[in-house]
Design a protein around this ligand. Structure first.
Ligand SMILES: Nc1ncnc2c1ncn2[C@@H]1O[C@H](COP(=O)(O)OP(=O)(O)OP(=O)(O)O)[C@@H](O)[C@H]1O
Ligand SMILES: [Mg+2]
Length: 417
C-alpha cells in the first residue's frame, strides 16, 4: 500500500460538515466530499461524474439548467441564508430541503462552481412548527377576542340589569318614601286635630262658664220676679239667657266648622248668589246683637252684585267679620260694609271704629286660638278668623286687614268673579 502524503486541503475538504460540490461548466460534478455523499445518500465517490441536475427534483431540472447558465454568465458569490430554499434529490429519489451557497473557483486555470450545501430538514420542521403555532396563536387570539367581546357583552348586560334593578329600587324607595310622607302627614294632621280638640275642651270649659253662670243667675232671678211690675226685669234676664245660649251655640258652631275644615269634610256648593241681597240679610240679622246706638252702613257698587259662590261659606265669612266689628267696638260707633267690583274681583270691606289690634300682634291674626291682649276681657275663642281664612282660601279668595290701635280696623276680602 502506497503511503501517500496527506493533502491538508483535501483533509479539510473531507472533514467539512457541509456538503461541498465542485461542478464544471457543463454541470458535471468533478469533486464531492463525504458530507455531500451522506447528504444525497451516495456511496463514496459515486457522485463524481454525475450531472448536478441529478441532485435536483425532476420537476425543477429544466429550470435549474437555466439558472446555472445564468450564473455562469454572471457569476457572483451567493451566500447562504438568503431565502433561497431549494430541494435536493437523494439517490433513492426522496427529496429534502437544502440551502446552498455558490462560489467560483479556478481549478487548473478553468472556472468551476463551488456549491456548499446544508440539509435544512430540521430547520424546515421547526419553521413549519413555528408557522403552525403562529397560526394557532392567530386562531387563539381571534378566539380570545371573541371571548372578550362576549364577556364585554355579558358585562354590559349585567350592568344593564343592575341599572334596571337600581331603577326599580329607586322607584320602590320613592314609593315607600311617599307612603311614609303620607303617613307622617296623616299622623301630624291627626295629632293637630287631637291637639285642637283638647285645646277646645280646656278653652270651652273656660268660655262656657261665663254664659252658663249668666244663664243660671238670670234663671234664678226670673224665678224671684213673680210680682206684677217686674216684667221689665224678667225680660232683661230672658234676653241675657238668650244671648248666653247664642254665645254657647256660636262657640260650638265654630268648633264644628273647624273640625270639619280640618278633616277636609267641607265641600264647596256653588250657585249663583245675589250677594248684595245676601249681605243685606246678614246685616239685618246682626243688627240685633249691635250695641247701643251702633249702626251698620252698607254700600254696594254696582247696586246689585251677583256671584257664583257657595252661599253658606260666603255668609259664614261675613257673619264672622261683622260680629268681630260689633264685638270689638264701642256703643255709638259706626260700622261700614262696602262692596265693589275691583278688577277681576268682588271686594268687600268691613270697617269699624273699634279698639284695633296692637301692631306687634297683627302677624298672628289668622292663627288658631289667637286673641289679642287688648281683647282678653271680651268673650271669644280665637277661632273665628282662622275659620274665615280657611273659607276664603276655599273660594280662591284673599283676605287682608289694616288696623290701628284705638282707631279701628278694616278687613278686606277679595273673591274672584
Ligand atoms: N274687628 C276687630 N277689632 C279688633 N280686634 C279684632 C277684630 N277682629 C278680630 N280681632 C282680634 O283678633 C282676635 C281673633 O279674632 P277671632 O274672630 O278669630 O276670635 P274671637 O273673636 O276672639 O273669637 P270667636 O270669633 O271665635 O268667637 C280677637 O280675639 C281680637 O283680639
Ligand atoms: Mg270673632
Amino acid at each position: 500500500m502506497k503511503n501517500e502524503a496527506i493533502d491538508p486541503y483535501k483533509a479539510i475538504f473531507e472533514a467539512c460538515e457541509e456538503g461541498i460540490l465542485v461542478v464544471n461548466s457543463s454541470g458535471q460534478i468533478i469533486m464531492a466530499n463525504m458530507a455531500s455523499h451522506r447528504l444525497f445518500g451516495y456511496e463514496n465517490n459515486e457522485m463524481i461524474g454525475l450531472s448536478i441536475e441529478s441532485l435536483v427534483p425532476p420537476a425543477l431540472r429544466t429550470h435549474h439548467v437555466k439558472d446555472r447558465e445564468n450564473y455562469d454568465r454572471n457569476p457572483s458569490p451567493r451566500k447562504m441564508g438568503h431565502g433561497r430554499d431549494l430541494a435536493g434529490r437523494k439517490k433513492d429519489g426522496s427529496e429534502f430541503p437544502v440551502e446552498i451557497s455558490l462560489n467560483r473557483a479556478q481549478i487548473e486555470g478553468v472556472d468551476h462552481t463551488l456549491a456548499f450545501i446544508i440539509d435544512i430538514t430540521e430547520r424546515k420542521k421547526i419553521e413549519v412548527a413555528l408557522k403552525k403555532s403562529e397560526e394557532q396563536l392567530i386562531v387563539y387570539a381571534a378566539e380570545l377576542e371573541k371571548r372578550v367581546i362576549k364577556r364585554t357583552q355579558d358585562l354590559d348586560d349585567t350592568i344593564k340589569q343592575l341599572e334596571q334593578v337600581n331603577a326599580d329600587l329607586e322607584d320602590q324607595v320613592r314609593i315607600r318614601k311617599k307612603a311614609e310622607d303620607d303617613t307622617r302627614l296623616a299622623l301630624s294632621r291627626e295629632r293637630e286635630l287631637n291637639e285642637l280638640k283638647s285645646r277646645f275642651v280646656s278653652m270651652a270649659s273656660h268660655e262656657f262658664r261665663t254664659p252658663l253662670s249668666t244663664i243660671l243667675s238670670s234663671a234664678s232671678l226670673i224665678e224671684r220676679y213673680r210680682e206684677p211690675g217686674t216684667e221689665e226685669k224678667r225680660k232683661k234676664h230672658i234676653d241675657k239667657i238668650k244671648s248666653g245660649i247664642s254665645n254657647l251655640t256660636n262657640i260650638l258652631n265654630d268648633f264644628l266648622s273647624l273640625s270639619k275644615l280640618e278633616e277636609g269634610k267641607v265641600e264647596i256648593d256653588e250657585s249663583t248668589v245675589n250677594i248684595t241681597d245676601e249681605l243685606k240679610d246678614i246685616i239685618d240679622e246682626l243688627s240685633t246683637i249691635c250695641k247701643d246706638q251702633q249702626t251698620i252702613k252698607f254700600e254696594s257698587n254696582p247696586n246689585t252684585i251677583v256671584l257664583n259662590t257657595d252661599k253658606k261659606i260666603f255668609k259664614n265669612i261675613l257673619i264672622n267679620l261683622l260680629s268681630n266689628a260689633i264685638k270689638y267696638s264701642e256703643p255709638s260707633t259706626e260700622i261700614f260694609v262696602e262692596m265693589a267690583e275691583v278688577d277681576d274681583n268682588i271686594q268687600i270691606q268691613v270697617t269699624d271704629q273699634g279698639m284695633g289690634i296692637p301692631e306687634e300682634e297683627q302677624k298672628h291674626m289668622f292663627e288658631r286660638f289667637f286673641r289679642a291682649k287688648n281683647a282678653t276681657n271680651i268673650q271669644g275663642t280665637g277661632l273665628g278668623l282662622n275659620i274665615v281664612k280657611k273659607y276664603v282660601d276655599m273660594l280662591n279668595g284673599h283676605i287682608t286687614f289694616k288696623s290701628k290701635l284705638n282707631e279701628g280696623t278694616t278687613f278686606i276680602v277679595d273673591l274672584p268673579k
